[in-house]
Design a binder for this molecule. Structure first.
Ligand SMILES: NC(=O)c1ccc[n+]([C@@H]2O[C@H](COP(=O)([O-])OP(=O)(O)OC[C@H]3O[C@@H](n4cnc5c(N)ncnc54)[C@H](OP(=O)(O)O)[C@@H]3O)[C@@H](O)[C@H]2O)c1
Length: 277
């Protein structure tokens, strides 16, 4: 077992019902973790929980919309009631929105993205932190390469993911010497339902069209989860997933103007594929 650090480790995963979060749950269950699985889709979480138990982990389901501070408190309280401590918090719940700021009918969608991706992470972290300090535990934030490099149509999503980066980087400094580690993860494209759930300016989800952008060379959720678990186990400062992601972050430091041009090209390609041209 490569990361036995998670055996009997109490791990909260937000956004556990799908994609990267679901894979994190399965792989951590393989290592014998004691999991709290949080998201809005109760049925999916219950199915996942029984699979985690079959694999040798423990699993508690908490249905919660992380945009609500009260629901985040519920995630923490129910975890403490069940397991009596918290060792690891993985702030993974999130979704994307696409569209230029000037296309948005109002700012409601932008605020919702901030509420889920940024504030949801802040609420869970704030309420879990005293307990994680006691166990000298681990906090993980799942941002995005778009939390380091801005993109076309990303005013809301990039804002939420850049905000996560600033929040968790500052928290890491604050927690220096406490034994608590803060690992920031910046995924590139990972094949999940994410692209289909991206919300357009008209309020509709991208659906099948969004999923068309995924190619065979893109990272699987299984691989992303493996890298994230390894980084958390080793208490790494940060991890950028995918070669393209690393290249984008590096180039953005070297020549941000050039990266703007590349981002425009990638988005033109994305538009071409999603519109089926
Ligand atoms: N896939 C990618 O290409 C990619 C790239 C960069 C970063 N990321 C980040 O990776 C994380 C996981 O995404 P994914 O790719 O695994 O996408 P996914 O398959 O769509 O999963 C998203 C998860 O977040 C949960 N979620 C969404 N809104 C929520 C809310 N208001 N309250 C609680 N849970 C909520 C969803 O569960 P419910 O719907 O059941 O609530 C689901 O479990 C996200 O933070 C995303 O921004 C993904």
């Amino acid at each position: 077992m490569p990361n036995s650090v998670f055996k009997n480790n109490v791990v909260i995963i937000t956004g556990a019902s799908s994609g990267i979060g679901e894979e994190l749950a399965l792989q951590l269950a393989d290592q014998g973790a004691w999991l709290t699985l949080a998201a809005r889709s109760e049925d999916k979480l219950e199915t996942l929980a029984s699979e985690c138990r079959n694999r040798g982990g423990k699993a508690l389901v908490v249905t919660a919309d992380v945009a609500s501070e009260d629901r985040c408190v519920k995630i923490i309280d129910e975890t403490l009631e069940e397991y009596k401590r918290i060792d690891t918090l993985i702030n993974n719940a999130g979704y994307g929105s696409a569209g230029h700021l000037h296309e948005l009918p109002d700012l409601r969608e932008l605020e919702k993205v901030m509420d889920v991706n940024f504030r949801g992470s802040v609420y869970c972290t704030y309420h879990a932190l005293p307990h994680i300090i006691k166990t000298r535990g681990r906090i993980v934030g799942i941002s995005s390469v778009l939390g380091k490099v801005a993109a076309w149509g990303g005013t809301a999503y990039c804002a939420s993911k850049f905000a996560m980066a600033g929040f968790f980087d500052a928290l890491r400094i604050e927690q220096h010497g406490s034994g608590v580690s803060v690992t920031m993860v910046y995924p590139g494209y990972v094949v999940t339902k994410f692209a289909g759930n991206v919300v357009k300016p008209d309020g509709e989800k991208m659906g099948e069209k969004g999923l068309r952008f995924y190619g065979k060379s893109m990272m699987s959720a299984e691989k992303a989860a493996r890298i994230i678990i390894d980084a958390a186990a080793k208490r790494k400062r940060e991890k950028v997933l995918s070669g393209l992601g690393k290249f984008a972050v590096f180039m953005n430091k070297l020549s941000p103007k050039l990266v703007d041009q590349i981002a425009l090209k990638i988005q033109a390609e994305r538009k071409r594929r999603t519109e089926g041209k």
